[in-house]
Design a protein around this ligand. Structure first.
Ligand code: ADP
Length: 652
């Protein structure tokens, strides 16, 4: 039989059928009678089949075509074989499941045929067939078969593993590729969920189930999860697992959940390598900028010492230029350091209570002179919270504000720059909202300025200096603080930057040792007694020179052990403690001093160039009062000394 036909025997053939029988009039069931001789001449055809195939009776009384003209050669042959093999002892009729016929009208007709044979007196065989038109069913089945074949080809081509899971019974059907991804043959994998579950990395399984649950509960339209699965050879394979519930029962429980597995190990490993490379690069940059800061401390510090000596006008001018270049270099180093810390995920926030108006005051005093030099009106307003104190990272907020104000002044030639910082409460949340507005040149493309190293135009660095890092760092800092930074700008009109960061109100901090009664003797010292613990000889001479300019002579300790001993033997108001020192480091020394002297311990301030590994919190935890970055400036040192003097007079 041809591929499209199949045979079975049946016992009920209506022998009395004629082409005019009422049941044949509708055309769906038709009658065809032919003689099983060469060409299979048609003897009778009911109107339905004749019409559909375009068969006509010639004037000679014969039909225009024989049955063989309607069949393709394979079907012709196999029909003959079937008829020849027919045994009337076994059955009365032959049944042909699907037979294709194509007449002169051109349209193919698929029929289910029940065929009865009658031997004529001449010995010829007369075949009578009842044919039911099954073309529509055949086409639907054909289309379905094609679709499923197409799907199989796609799955095969995309190398997808597939799974078909019944969450109620736990039964899963995996395809061959699913097993192959894990180094197994399909025959080694049972149709059970445990085959998947037992291979998922233990650290990833909870997330998988959470994602599955989210889809089952309808919280997400699809299930998607990336997890590791154990390969037969023992290594881990990264799998992108996607799926969807395609059927639920009457109670809404999923009964069919189907999906695919994609092996994304290569991409994932490349991603991990790239992240590690970025981290390594960032750490290298961070270490380098830290290393550069240390000698810079010597240069900037010694310049400050030189400034205090007798110099003529020319020398002073040269010194001023060197100082400006040093300052510029320090800003650059700081920016690169920040950027690398951010990229390496090493930048830690330091949330401490602070006053908004103080931060605004610092920014305002840093830039007032520059604005005045350019003839720009510069106004800063702070609207504080009720207590005046908020909890956030003051240093980072100040850094962003400095960047915004510095840019505003840099890119404004006339008009004004205004900074407005307010504390806003919205429901339970409190925000610090700062706007920096200028009437400067404006920004052509506000989306580009946030990119690292991107400057507004090529002439920017020539005319205004800058590295193109400031805004990229500012945005990263804002995001790190769970806040946002945005800009609105119009060319030639000016720009307005807006920073928003969460900043809850808080009470004024209680300073360590302010609360407890002090047993320290003596009144406000005319000069503070300062101990500088520093192992580096250049840094010691910087400190010596800087203090000499203030008319002070500090005591020096070469390492942590000497600092502990000095505090044991003498009284100090302030210890400037280098953190990285041989033998006993600064943190350890601070801990030992506070442990021994308790409330009588001096104020200890960390002095460090390591702004990568060390945070302010590390210093506080070691019992210190603060953190002074190297190279420190005269103003920062003066502020610290003034604060210490006030503190000493309070506790005295
Ligand atoms: P830098 O100022 O060091 O070049 P930034 O990241 O701070 O780097 O700024 C990137 C660019 O954004 C600047 O080069 C400048 O073109 C543009 N820009 C930033 N602020 C302003 C402003 N207030 N007015 C005009 N252009 C600005």
């Amino acid at each position: 039989m041809p591929k499209s036909t199949s045979v079975m025997h049946c016992t009920s053939m209506p022998r009395s059928l004629t082409p005019d029988s009422p049941m044949l009039r509708g055309g769906l069931v038709t009658l065809l009678r032919w003689r099983e001789t060469p060409g299979r001449p048609i003897v009778e055809a009911s109107p339905g089949i004749a019409r559909r195939l375009g068969l006509v009776v010639e004037p000679t009384g014969e039909w225009s075509v024989g049955l063989d003209d309607l069949l393709d050669p394979a079907d012709r042959r196999s029909l003959g074989e079937t008829i020849a093999a027919f045994d009337p002892e076994i059955a009365e009729a032959i049944e042909l499941e699907e037979l294709r016929m194509q007449g002169p009208s051109g349209k193919a007709l698929w029929v289910h045929m029940t065929l009865a044979l009658l031997e004529e007196p001449t010995g010829a065989i007369l075949c009578t067939a009842v044919a039911v038109d099954v073309t529509a069913r055949h086409e639907v089945e054909h289309e379905l078969r094609e679709k499923s074949q197409r799907l199989e080809l796609v799955i095969d081509g995309t190398r997808l593993g597939t799974w078909d899971w019944n969450p109620q019974t736990g039964a899963v059907v995996f395809n061959e590729r699913w097993a192959e991804m894990l180094g197994h043959a399909k025959s080694e994998i049972r149709d059970e969920l445990v085959e998947w579950e037992s291979r998922v990395h233990p650290d990833d399984l909870a997330d998988c189930y959470a994602d599955i649950q989210a889809h089952i509960e309808g919280r997400v339209p699809f299930y998607e999860n990336i997890h590791r699965m154990r390969h037969k050879e023992g290594h881990w394979v990264y799998i992108l697992d996607r799926g969807k519930i395609v059927e639920r029962d009457a109670e809404g429980r999923p009964v069919r959940f189907t999906g695919t597995h994609t092996d994304i190990t290569e991409q994932k490993l490349a991603e991990i390598r790239a992240t590690e490379a970025t981290r390594a690069k960032s750490m290298f940059l961070a270490t380098m900028s830290h290393e550069i800061r240390t000698p810079m401390n010597g240069i900037v510090g010694l310049l400050q010492v030189l400034e205090g000596t007798n110099l003529d006008r020319r020398q002073r001018e040269v010194l001023d230029l060197i100082r400006q270049s040093g300052d510029h270099l320090l800003v650059l180093i700081d920016d690169i350091l920040d950027l690398s810390k951010i990229e390496a995920g090493k930048l830690r926030l330091d949330q401490q209570p602070f006053r908004l108006d103080e931060v605004v005051h610092v920014v305002s005093s840093l830039y007032a002179e520059r604005a005045a030099e350019k003839g720009i009106a510069f106004r800063c307003v702070a609207t504080s919270s009720e207590s005046g104190w908020v909890l956030a990272d003051a240093h980072r907020i100040q850094q962003v504000l400095c960047n915004l104000v510095s840019n505003a002044i840099k890119f404004t030639e006339m008009g004004h720059v205004r900074m407005d910082v307010r504390h806003e409460s919205v429901g339970d949340e409190a925000w610090l909202v700062a706007t920096v507005e200028d009437t400067g040149k404006g920004i052509e493309d506000v989306d580009l300025i946030w990119e690292t190293f991107r400057q507004g135009d090529a002439s920017t660095s020539r005319n205004h200096g800058g590295s193109g890092l400031g805004l990229s760092i500012s945005r990263s800092l804002a995001e790190l603080m769970d806040g946002t930074i945005e800009v609105e700008s119009e060319l030639g009109e000016g720009s307005t930057f807006r920073l928003r960061v969460p900043a809850p109100s808080c009470a004024a901090p209680v300073r360590r040792r302010d609360a407890g009664g002090s047993e320290r003797n003596g009144s406000t010292p005319p000069k503070l007694r300062v101990l500088v613990a520093e192992d580096n000889a250049i840094n010691r001479s910087v400190a010596e020179g800087v203090f000499a300019r203030l008319g002070m002579t500090p005591t020096f300790a070469m390492d942590g052990a000497e600092a502990i001993e000095a505090c044991h033997n003498d009284e100090f108001d302030l210890v400037l403690m280098d953190v990285h020192m041989p033998k006993v480091d600064g943190l350890e020394a601070a801990r030992a001093i506070v442990d021994e002297l308790g409330d009588n311990a001096p104020r200890i301030v960390a002095l460090t160039a390591d702004v990568v590994g060390l945070s302010r919190q590390d210093c506080i935890d070691a019992g210190m009062d603060g953190f002074l970055e190297k190279p420190f400036r005269m103003e920062a040192l003066l502020a610290l000394l003034r604060e210490t003097e006030e503190h000493s007079s309070r506790v005295a």
